[in-house]
Ligand binder design. Structure first.
Ligand code: 13P
Length: 345
């Protein structure tokens, strides 16, 4: 089968090109993608929020930390990154000798856009003694100005691992506040960015989703506001949610406070459970438009035509690599400091 090669996708103007394919066309396209990936020596990585058909065709699906590590381990010479720009950029920074392709260059991130190199310089000037910990949802330029990166899976461990007591956490204020609570021995100043998809959620919406299901377990992403995290039974990264469900063998229903794309993996791993997305407002799904900008036709085009190659200037990449590699070297579960240990230096 041969489908027309797609042009850059405009999510506002048209639905995803692959979404109106028949099941037979879909299977043929998947086979074409697998054959092209073999021919081009490529691995396909996808984030947990991608549309189900993209997750199905990917070689590996995971959270930001897993994807960064997987990109580093991959023996293939090409990485097709099905996620958003900052993730593909990180894969390139960690693998300067590999070709990294992002099937749709429009796939940005509002949280990442909330901090620029200039605004971080301003904050650093205000807090000159603070170690800068930057969430991976940020540009390579911002990472290059940071001491170390973190993801939602390792943020508390990263902060605990640092010798400094004073921390400037950027750019997500909700994740920063959650880390400050988890690591009370540090003095954490938090930048004021946020992910609008998570930040819109309130406890009232979570409670509405729980109505009639008082036994339901609430699992939340740490990009949610403090009031939501307060009532959550589990706070974890997207992949952390997949294993958190296993801790509640008797629970039937889980209220999920994050982007709805995660439900595909949750249902795949736990087909006997019910998952209800805690919507941001009445009738408004927790939906990140950027995470839905890649479809199968675009992946096929990425492989066939080398679209769109991600590049990061060498000097920026060197600084960002230092911050990312430092993060990857932090052990997964740096233990909390016992209360008797006294203040950190
Ligand atoms: P995870 O690293 O938990 O997958 O989160 C990524 C993200 O962008 C959340 O909005």
């Amino acid at each position: 089968m041969s489908l027309p090669l797609a042009h850059m996708h405009d999510p506002v103007a048209s639905p995803l090109a692959g979404s109106d394919l028949s099941p037979d066309d879909m299977r043929a396209l998947e086979a074409e993608i697998h054959a092209l990936a073999r021919e081009k020596d490529a691995i396909i990585l996808a984030h947990n929020y991608q549309v189900p058909e993209v997750q199905i065709v990917a070689d590996f699906v995971g959270d930001s930390l897993q994807l960064a590590i997987e990109a580093q381990k991959a023996p293939q010479s090409t990485i097709v990154f099905c996620g958003v720009t900052f993730m593909a950029e990180s894969a390139k920074v960690l693998n300067p000798g590999k070709r990294v392709l992002l099937p749709n260059l429009s796939a940005g991130c509002s949280l990442s856009d909330s901090i620029t190199a200039e605004s971080l310089e301003d904050w650093k000037a205000r807090y000159p003694e603070h170690a800068v910990v930057t969430y991976v949802n940020s540009s390579a330029e911002v990472k290059a100005l940071s001491d170390i990166c973190c993801t939602s899976a390792n943020a508390a461990s990263v902060v605990r691992s640092l010798p400094q007591r004073k921390i400037l956490f950027t750019p997500d204020r909700n994740l920063g506040a959650w880390v400050a609570k988890k690591v009370p021995e540090k003095e954490v100043v938090v930048y004021d960015g946020c992910c609008p998809i998570h930040d819109v959620l309130r406890t009232a919406s979570v409670n509405r989703a729980k109505q009639g299901k008082p036994e339901a377990v609430v699992i939340a992403h740490p990009e949610c506001r403090a009031d939501v995290l307060e009532i959550a039974d589990e706070v974890c990264s997207t992949t952390g949610m997949l294993s958190a469900v296993g801790k509640y063998p008797r629970a039937k229903t889980f209220i999920v406070a994050t982007e709805h794309g995660i439900v595909h993996q949750l249902r795949r791993r736990h087909p006997d459970k019910e998952f209800v997305i805690a919507d941001g407002c009445i009738g408004c799904r927790m939906h990140c438009p950027y995470m839905k900008m890649i479809d199968l036709v675009m992946i096929r085009d990425a492989l066939a035509r080398g679209k769109h190659e991600v590049d990061v200037p060498a000097d920026v990449a060197a600084g960002a690599r230092r911050a990312l590699e430092r993060m990857i070297a932090v052990p997964r579960d740096v233990p909390a400091r016992p209360a008797s240990a006294g203040p950190a230096s």
